[in-house]
Design a protein around this ligand. Structure first.
Ligand SMILES: [Zn+2]
Length: 382
């Protein structure tokens, strides 16, 4: 039986989620916010920026996608008088909205660098990661961390200002949630490498070490000589994605205009057309999708009730990703050299048969409706 957080709607099938006394780590962290001296943290941030102030260069690197959070990060840093170098690690399959929002971010008045990895290698990596670990977005999860860290070393800009600490908002081990500095140890554990490292990819063949340069962290020696350090803005401000979205839209960020496929809002995950596939695999493996994550954030903040969240999740989560951001899945798969039939076979291979209904006497063949959607079982979320 799947257990759920009694405050939000997060199931305990999420990796790293630990439900204690009925509450998930993210809800526990959120409840602590009232005890935080935010004015003190604001002063601490100003001190860090002062310490890293470079009168003839950049004060910090800000990893950006042009989305709501990074637009907010840039607005905040500019308001604090910092001179950030904005860095984008190009997503796996950049959408039109994503490109427009990158251009909008530049127009806020910043210097900007975009690092794009070899798209042919990238497509091969997407395919390999999808078929071997069920995560099409592995190259993106990795490169959004490795590329800014590499640039920090190359350009001798020690401070990297990230957005929220994902372990804090979404829940995870307490030690990871409390930290505000990004260490190599954290990068290794949470910085996107989840289940596969560049070295593992090389071993699986078909790649030259030089193909994967951007997917690897600098050496400890290089990090130490630059003094690379990362902080999470979410440690210094009471982070709220919805509030960030409002600020970002007021400064020109474009949204989808209706709820994104598989989601309950229109303002996030707009820059990578493969995200629908990524989120669907979370559903297949763990039995929850993007809407569960979003609804949980809003329940925690008292914007919707838990009962309403359950309705939203039942309506939005776990639909086969026939389109994402309006792009048909065949088109998206075609760019990584995969047919729809092949994709469905991969889906079936990664589907957790403990939480989805199978046809009786079928040797584990999955039950699906006419739209290809699965039916979840062992669900007792009341
Ligand atoms: Zn919770």
């Amino acid at each position: 039986m799947i257990a759920y957080c009694t405050t939000c709607v997060m199931p305990d099938t999420r990796p790293d989620v630990d439900i204690q006394d009925g509450q998930c780590g993210a809800c526990h962290n959120y409840a602590q916010r009232g005890a935080v001296d935010w004015a003190e943290r604001d002063r601490a941030l100003c001190q860090i920026l002062e310490h890293h102030h470079n009168p003839s260069g950049y004060d910090c690197i800000v990893p950006v996608s042009g989305g709501k959070d990074s637009t907010f990060q840039v607005l905040k840093l500019l308001a604090l008088g910092a001179n950030p170098l904005c860095v984008t690690a190009t997503t796996c399959d950049l959408s039109e909205i994503g490109r427009a929002n990158i251009e909008n971010l530049k127009s806020l008045g910043v210097d900007y660098v975009e690092v794009t990895t070899n798209p042919r290698v990238r497509a091969k990596l997407n395919r390999l990661a999808l078929t071997t670990i069920g995560d099409i977005s592995w190259p993106e999860h990795v490169s959004i961390f490795t590329i800014p860290v590499r640039l920090s070393v190359q350009m001798k800009i020690p401070l990297i200002v990230w957005g929220e600490n994902p372990q804090n908002e979404y829940g995870g081990p307490a030690a990871a949630a409390e930290g505000h500095a990004l260490t190599r140890q954290w990068l290794g554990r949470f910085g996107g490498l989840l289940g596969m490292r560049a070295e593992d990819i090389l071993k699986r063949g078909g790649f030259d070490a030089r193909d994967l340069v951007q997917y690897q962290y600098p050496s400890d020696e290089d990090l130490a000589s630059t003094g690379t350090t990362g902080i999470f803005l979410g440690y210094y401000y009471p982070w709220d994605g919805c509030g960030n979205a409002m600020m970002a839209q007021a400064h020109g960020m474009t949204t989808y205009g209706r709820a994104v496929e598989g989601a309950m809002v229109d303002y996030e995950n707009l820059d990578n057309v493969q995200t629908g596939i990524h989120d669907y695999f979370c559903w297949l493996k763990h039995g929850f999708g993007r809407a569960t994550q979003q609804a949980s954030l809003h329940v925690r903040r008292g914007r919707i009730t838990r009962d309403d969240a359950l309705d939203v999740v039942a309506k939005c989560d776990g639909k086969f990703p026939w389109t994402y951001l309006g792009v048909p899945i065949e088109e998206t798969l075609g760019r990584i050299g995969m047919s729809l039939d092949e994709f469905i076979a991969v889906c079936d291979r990664f589907t957790n048969r403990e939480i989805f209904r199978t046809r009786s006497g079928s040797g584990g063949q999955l039950w699906k409706d006419e739209d290809g959607n699965l039916e979840r079982i062992n669900d007792d979320n009341e």
